[in-house]
Every structure is written in C-alpha cells, then in structure tokens.
Design a protein around this ligand. Structure first.
Ligand SMILES: C[S@@+](CC[C@H](N)C(=O)[O-])C[C@H]1O[C@@H](n2cnc3c(N)ncnc32)[C@H](O)[C@@H]1O
Length: 232
C-alpha cells in the first residue's frame, strides 16, 4: 500500500502482512492485484499458492507453488496498479501519466481536481504525487464507477489523499467551494470545453489546466474555450 508516512514507504525491507494488497507478477503482461488473507489460496497455471506462505516475506520475494511454479510478490506502486487494475473505462498509461504530472507541476502538497475518474488509473498516480499533505478531488458522473474507484483507492492505502464525488462536471462545473484553492486541474471528458469556464474560475492565480482528448476536433473546441476563458 502507498503510505503518506515516509517511514512506511515502498521498501524491499517491508514485509507482507495479512490484509496487504500485493501484485502477483507472473510476467510483464500477466499480473494480478491480490489482497492477502490467511487461509486463502492464489491459483494459476503454475499451481496453488498459500497466502499464509507469503506473510512475513519482503515485497519483491519469489514464492513457489505446491507444484514448484513461482510468482513474484510486488509492492502495489501506481505504475503496477495501472497495469493490473480492472478496466471500467479507457485509461491513461504511464507515458501520458508522467507527462501530465510533470506538465501540471504536481508536487507534494498540491490540491488537484480531476474529472472523470474513470478507472482511477491517473488518480492513483496523482494521489502519490501530492502525498503526504496535498489532496486530489476527483469527479465522475457515473455512480458505480465512482464507488468502485473509491474502493480501489482505499485498498491502495490512498483513501486519505483522494476524495471521489459523483457530479456532472460538464453540466454543473466544479463546486464553487474550491474557488482560488486549486493548483492544477485535469480533464479527461468527452466535451472538456464545457468544463473550462468553471475550471478557469476556480484555479489559483498561476494554476495549470490540462485537458486530454483523443480527437483533434475536441482539442480545437477546448483550445477555443481556453482562449476565451483563460487568456484575458
Ligand atoms: C476515459 S474515462 C477517464 C479515465 C481516467 N483518466 C483513467 O485514467 O482511468 C472518462 C470518464 O469520464 C466520465 N464522464 C463523462 N462525462 C462526464 C461528466 N459530464 N461529468 C463527470 N464525469 C464524466 C465517464 O463516466 C468516464 O468514467
């Protein structure tokens, strides 16, 4: 789990405990997030692995099945989470995530707004980037997606750094209570230009907005709205 306490950060000396989330790594294209539970077993084509055998082993350990097959038990970093999460939507991958965090100048302590949450791939990396004192507020209008994302952030130990809310950001904009308190805003929405006026209103002076769109027509409309609302 990603901890906001520096003494509990990812370390090869950190040992696996009952209840921990681990990434069971078979190969670069085959890995699964598993919650460790004494009495449970993980099964794959290499055999059955008892969770009880994993407890007390350092993250990164190679563990063996009853049949002699093996997997590695890795720490659930945001990078591995992006590769192993359940896809409920299209997601951002690491090349784009790195670019977004870098260009939004997100550092520990930042307040970041995001919409939509989707599968929470980007949000997980945002949570780690703002820790230990910042916060990510993420909005999706799809109740079930929001609720599943909230569960995932809790499982990853990020619940105290990320707040998930259900809201139609294209229709209602971001809540006014954030006015002047937001360092960065990220939009991954079908019609992001509809959210730009609200984003422009609530960003801090010198705050940064990034909008991610796959189609050039979306980009053109967003740029028009950015010119109208942010470049006074
Ligand atoms: C492509 S997904 C975002 C993926 C996310 N960036 C990730 O890395 O997992 C787009 C999300 O925007 C949400 N969405 C679409 N229209 C919305 C709106 N008007 N307000 C809030 N969320 C919206 C969808 O429900 C969907 O979950």
């Amino acid at each position: 789990m990603i901890s906001s306490d520096p003494s509990k950060r990812n370390s090869f000396e950190r040992c696996i405990s009952d209840g921990d989330l681990v990434i069971v790594y078979e190969r670069h294209d085959s890995m699964k997030a598993v919650q460790v539970k004494i009495g449970s077993e993980f099964q794959n084509r290499y055999g059955a692995f008892k969770h009880a055998d994993w407890i007390g082993k350092p993250f990164g350990s190679k563990v063996f099945s009853s049949k002699g097959g093996f997997v590695h038990l890795l720490f659930p970093t945001p990078e591995l989470w992006t590769l192993s999460l359940n896809h409920r939507t299209q997601i951002l991958y690491l090349a784009d995530i790195s670019f977004v965090i870098s260009y939004l100048e997100i550092v520990p302590g930042c307040v970041v707004l995001e919409s939509g949450t989707g599968s929470g791939s980007l949000t997980t990396s945002l949570g780690r980037a703002v820790a230990p004192s910042g916060h990510v507020y993420t909005f999706d209008f799809h109740e079930q997606r929001a609720s599943l994302a909230r569960e995932d952030f809790d499982r990853n130990g990020l619940g105290s750094l990320i707040t998930v809310s259900v809201r139609d950001i294209q229709g209602e904009g971001f809540p006014d209570e954030f006015c002047g308190a937001v360092d960065s805003i990220f939009l991954d929405l079908p019609q992001p230009w509809l959210a730009v006026p609200s984003a422009a209103r609530i960003l801090k002076q010198d705050g940064i907005l990034c909008s991610f769109s796959p189609c050039i027509e979306q980009v053109q409309r967003s740029c028009d709205s950015l010119r109208q609302n942010l470049l006074m």
